[in-house]
Design a protein around this ligand. Structure first.
Ligand SMILES: Cc1ncc(COP(=O)(O)O)c(C=O)c1O
Length: 398
């Protein structure tokens, strides 16, 4: 496989890093061109990037925004209005202040804080100890008529079992009188697949992040996928104040009327140029993450003190991170650090923060893994020398 780089060439650190910015060789020249083009706001490069993303993912209703967090905030905001038809599985009652979002606590705070920002209530769902994703068994127990939204994360890029989730929601719909909407946080899951289709294309709202260290980076940026054209059209307006930039009068600065106010969430042409430059790089990067993960899946099997996460055959992770469960984690961390290998839990459980203290609940499965999970370097910069060194270090014990 032709590698896009390695840790010796592309970094100053002597440690093998856990994350690295993946930037294609021609990004600087292309950005320089955009900078001198006379247009750096939301313009032709954003259009071009969105067209490219439609082709990449095979999804029509997608909108770029300035971050994954904005995409999640907008996704929830769009659901406040009652609606019906395609994507809603019948009548959608709309979100009211105080409605409940069933969410995973094991994620970046960026997943869950938009729930609070939209005046909604969090209810934590326990985590499946086999894959670090939301536990669908616990989710099933916690569905109630107050549950309007399921907000899930594909941890490390490993897809949640979306068909099993769909069956749970189908069963619950007649009792609830509506079908809860699903928002997939796909920040880790660029080009992950579930049943041979890209994550983000399974009929839910989906949010991606193109932040600095994601597989595909724009510096900062995000993407919102909507399950129908109506939400797409509203999202397109609300990402920029509610003003129609395509108004045929041709002067969007002096808007006609704003029927629904919106945000300043749009992507600009500088970020879009970075994203366009990195599309091909990101594909090769994902391949290398997967190749390294396949190597670990094989060589770390049956290593004392190490438990690998689930790896079902109907889905393919992008392996943004590679998570294992280890015994005596602090000793493990010390040994790897002394061996020049950076490791981290990556995301802290969100339910521990005092700002969400009132939502705390008993989550025994998360409790059982939170002191064990640790991520080891798996990215495109981890070459054969590095990954052998990582595997040998782990296999030699700690
Ligand atoms: C799981 C998850 N969700 C959302 C985000 C937020 O994305 P962004 O940084 O683009 O706002 C991140 C972050 O980086 C993330 O890891």
């Amino acid at each position: 496989m032709k590698r896009v780089g390695n840790w010796h060439q592309r970094g100053l650190s002597r440690m093998i890093p856990l994350f690295k910015v993946g930037m294609s060789g021609d990004a600087s020249a292309r950005v320089a061109e955009t900078l001198q083009s006379g247009y750096i706001g939301q313009g032709p490069r954003v259009e071009e990037f969105e067209s490219a993303l439609r082709k990449e993912l095979g999804i029509q209703n997608l909108l770029t925004v300035n971050s994954g967090t904005s995409a999640l905030h907008l996704a929830l905001h769009l659901l406040k209005r009652p609606a019906s038809g395609e994507g809603f599985h019948g009548i959608w009652p709309g979100l009211q202040p105080g409605d409940e979002v069933l969410a995973t606590p094991l994620t970046c705070t960026a997943t869950n804080w938009p729930v609070l920002g939209n005046g909604l209530e969090l209810r934590w769902v326990d985590v499946d100890p086999n894959n670090a994703n939301m536990s669908l068994d616990d989710l099933k127990q916690k569905l109630s008529s107050r549950t309007k939204v399921i907000l899930l994360v594909h941890w490390g890029g490993y897809p949640v079992d979306l068909d099993a989730l769909g069956r749970i929601l189908d069963e619950a719909t007649p009792h609830l009188g509506f079908r809860p909407m699903v928002i997939e946080d796909c920040a880790h899951a660029w080009k992950s697949t579930y049943k041979n289709r890209f994550i983000g294309s399974h009929g839910n709202l989906a949010a991606f992040s193109f932040q600095a260290i994601k597989h595909l980076t724009c510096g900062d940026g995000g993407l919102l996928v909507t399950p129908n054209t109506d939400l797409f059209k509203r999202g397109k307006l609300l990402r920029w104040y509610g003003i129609d930039r395509d108004d045929p009068r041709g002067d969007f600065r002096c808007e006609n009327d704003v029927p629904e106010w919106g945000f300043k969430f749009h992507m600009n042409d500088i970020s879009a140029t970075i994203g366009l430059s990195n599309l091909e790089f990101a594909d090769r990067a994902v391949e290398q993450h997967r190749d390294n993960a396949k190597f670990y899946n094989s060589v770390l099997q049956n290593t004392p003190g190490v438990e690998l996460l689930e790896n079902a055959t109907d889905r393919l992770s992008s392996y943004w991170i590679y998570t294992i469960k280890v015994s005596r984690r602090e000793d493990f961390r010390r040994k790897l650090s002394e061996s020049g290998i950076m490791v981290s839990q990556v995301h802290e459980r969100n339910d521990k923060h005092s700002t969400v203290e009132s939502y705390r609940s008993f989550l025994p499965q998360l409790d059982s893994i939170i002191d064990k999970i640790i991520c080891i370097p798996v990215g495109w910069w981890v070459d054969e020398i590095a990954r052998n060194h990582i595997a040998d270090t782990i296999k030699s014990g700690w």
